[in-house]
Design a protein around this ligand. Structure first.
Ligand code: GTP
Ligand code: MG
Length: 224
């Protein structure tokens, strides 16, 4: 499972604007700040392709050349796209990683939350090439209702899920539980309340933990 190349293809405002293509794709979904962009960057070994949240806008390079213009466009798209756009990245010219808007942003106005739902649900229910949803779960916090609701919704709609636990490197928690304990609690709630049994992987974008396992897992799902 080697990554030879990855290119940003496009940002889509609506499900029906996504690339018309029959190559398989994996959607990356999770709460805002769970580490979606960091995971994409870690998977493809690129620092900036999906762009993480905390980069200051002022560092945006000015478009002095064609290449930088492209870089700027991606920046721009990533900034405005933070909560609204479906971003397609083509890997090895053969499959897509799709960065979806984060859900559960506590301060989002109700209207924006509703918008998130209709728009992302439209994508899930209509994207025929979707192989599986990588549902990212922050292992440094206790099980969150919104993640459980999301897993449940996907399960009920027969959309395959893989739980990808993020931030598993965060072993030094002052109070509360360690990531492995949070993961165990999460799995226990799933076991007791839902009819789904998704595969799961522990990852860290900081240490690279789980990277190879996740790439292998995705290649197995593609060839299935
Ligand atoms: P939105 O695009 O806002 O929805 O966020 P996101 O899900 O893309 O999260 P992002 O990748 O921007 O990461 C959010 C924060 O978590 C950043 O400060 C990251 O540095 C941090 N982070 C992400 N992954 C990890 C990880 O594996 N370990 C640790 N310790 N921190 C992480
Ligand atoms: Mg992001």
């Amino acid at each position: 499972a080697r990554i030879k190349g990855v290119e940003f293809v496009k940002s889509s405002g609506r499900a029906k604007d996504c690339p018309k293509d029959d190559r398989p794709e994996f959607a990356i979904l999770g709460r805002s700040n769970v580490g979606k962009s960091s995971l994409i960057n870690a998977l493809v070994h690129k620092k900036e392709i999906a762009l993480t949240s905390k980069k200051p806008v002022l560092l945006m390079p000015l478009f002095t050349s064609r290449l930088l213009l492209l870089v700027d466009l991606i920046w721009f798209v990533a900034l405005i796209g933070k909560t609204q756009l479906i971003n397609h990245f083509l890997v090895n010219k053969s499959w897509y990683l799709v960065d979806l808007p984060g859900y559960g942003f506590a301060k989002a106005p109700e209207a924006a939350k509703m918008d998130w739902c209709s728009f992302t649900k439209g994508y899930f229910l209509n994207r025929d090439t979707l192989v599986a949803v990588l549902l990212l779960i922050d292992a440094s916090v206790p099980p969150q209702k919104i993640d459980l609701d999301c897993a449940n919704w996907l399960g009920r709609n027969n959309i395959p899920i893989t739980f990808v636990f993020t931030k598993c490197d965060k072993m030094k928690v002052a109070k509360g539980k360690r990531p492995d304990e949070n993961i165990r609690d999460f799995q226990e709630i799933i076991r007791q309340n839902y009819k789904i049994h998704p595969p799961w992987i522990m990852t860290s974008s900081v240490s690279g933990m789980g990277r190879d396992e996740l790439l292998l897992h995705m290649s197995q799902l593609r060839n299935y």
